[in-house]
Design a protein around this ligand. Structure first.
Ligand SMILES: *[C@@H]1O[C@H](CO)[C@@H](O)[C@H](O)[C@H]1NC(C)=O
Ligand SMILES: *[C@@H]1O[C@H](CO)[C@@H](O)[C@H](O)[C@H]1NC(C)=O
Length: 309
């Protein structure tokens, strides 16, 4: 679930069909074997079973030959869309899963949390995921008129239950909310917005929290911790909207179920006066939106911290 910036790859000249996944062909055998060997290796997650419905969805998605298709919630999804110069292109499902698991080099086992840099890896080994279905499509050549002969291969796997759930052990559960699930279209919308490097709110039917930091190293974890720093200021005796606690109340808002975040390192639009280097812009979007103003809303949606009165 990497938040790959949306690059414009829409001009594809040829489409092929993904390998049908309704029989146990070599492709689906390879997909299941490579996943399960990594799942055994990292923390003893149970083996996945291959699911034809997920494979059909993956094929539908892969056949679109685009990054920019993300109305695919309800399952986790990993994607590898790369250009290959051998003819026919040799990229295999094993190559894609190997590349996803290679992110383990950046995963901090001492400080486990979601990171866009390791989200493919954590999905592959996610323990509560039980099913996978994958597809591979050779998409053709992006722009033959430029003598660019490499063919694009799109490999997609879909997973249920989805991994990368941001939940217990993170923040929401500490205020009585259910874990959020990751929404790929919310995430791609947020990533597209932060890449514009304009320090402002976006508009849409979702809640949103923003964070900016000088330098290029700020993480989503750091942003969420910053929003949660408002928690001690929330006045449970006078529940309601307050700009100084609104980021916190959105994070823990019980009626919000889905989250997607974007993160961009920017060189323009710097909101810090007197500072000239790169800055990091993070936006998280939440649906249904939190901070709904109305009778009983805050009472119902902002829980007391676990263990306090
Ligand atoms: C996609 O897979 C190829 C192997 O076919 C790998 O070299 C590449 O790093 C992968 N790309 C991403 C973004 O994971
Ligand atoms: C908002 O929070 C601030 C700081 O906690 C507090 O001083 C202020 O009275 C609050 N405003 C409202 C309208 O509750």
């Amino acid at each position: 679930m990497k938040l790959t910036p949306l690059v414009s790859l829409s001009v594809l000249t040829a489409l092929a069909f993904a390998i049908p996944a309704n029989k146990r062909d070599e492709f689906s055998e390879d997909a299941i074997n490579v996943h399960n060997s990594y799942r055994t290796q990292y923390g003893g997650a149970q083996p996945l079973t291959y699911d034809d419905g997920l494979a059909a969805e993956a094929a539908e998605y892969a056949n679109q030959c685009s990054w920019d298709v993300s109305k695919r919630e309800g399952a986790g999804q990993n994607l590898n869309f790369t250009q290959h110069f051998a003819s026919p292109p040799t990229a295999t499902i094993k190559d894609a899963v190997d590349a996803w698991v290679d992110e383990v080099r950046k995963y901090d086992f001492d400080n486990p949390h979601f990171s866009e840099e390791t989200g493919h890896f954590t999905q592959v080994v996610w323990k509560s995921t039980t099913k996978v279905g994958c597809a591979r499509t050779v998409c053709g050549n992006e722009n033959p008129s430029h003598g660019d002969s490499g063919e694009w291969v799109n490999i997609v796997c879909r997973y249920t239950s989805p991994g990368n759930v941001i939940g217990p052990g993170q923040f929401e559960a500490n205020f009585g909310a259910n874990p959020l699930t990751w929404g790929t279209s919310l995430a791609s919308g947020a990533a597209s917005f932060t890449s514009q490097c304009s320090w402002s709110l976006s508009s849409g039917n979702y809640g949103q929290n923003l964070y900016a930091s000088t330098g290029s190293s700020a993480t989503i974890q750091e942003a969420v911790e910053n929003w949660m720093d408002q928690a001690p200021n929330y006045d449970y005796d006078h529940p309601g909207f307050n700009a100084s606690t609104a980021a916190f109340t959105q994070v823990v808002w019980k009626a919000s179920t889905t989250l997607g975040c974007g993160r961009s390192v920017c060189t323009t639009g710097n909101p810090f006066s007197g500072f000239n280097g790169p800055w990091t812009f993070i936006q998280c979007r939440y649906t249904p939106p939190g901070n709904v103003v109305g009778p009983g809303q805050y009472e119902a949606n902002v829980g007391h911290p676990t263990g306090s009165q």
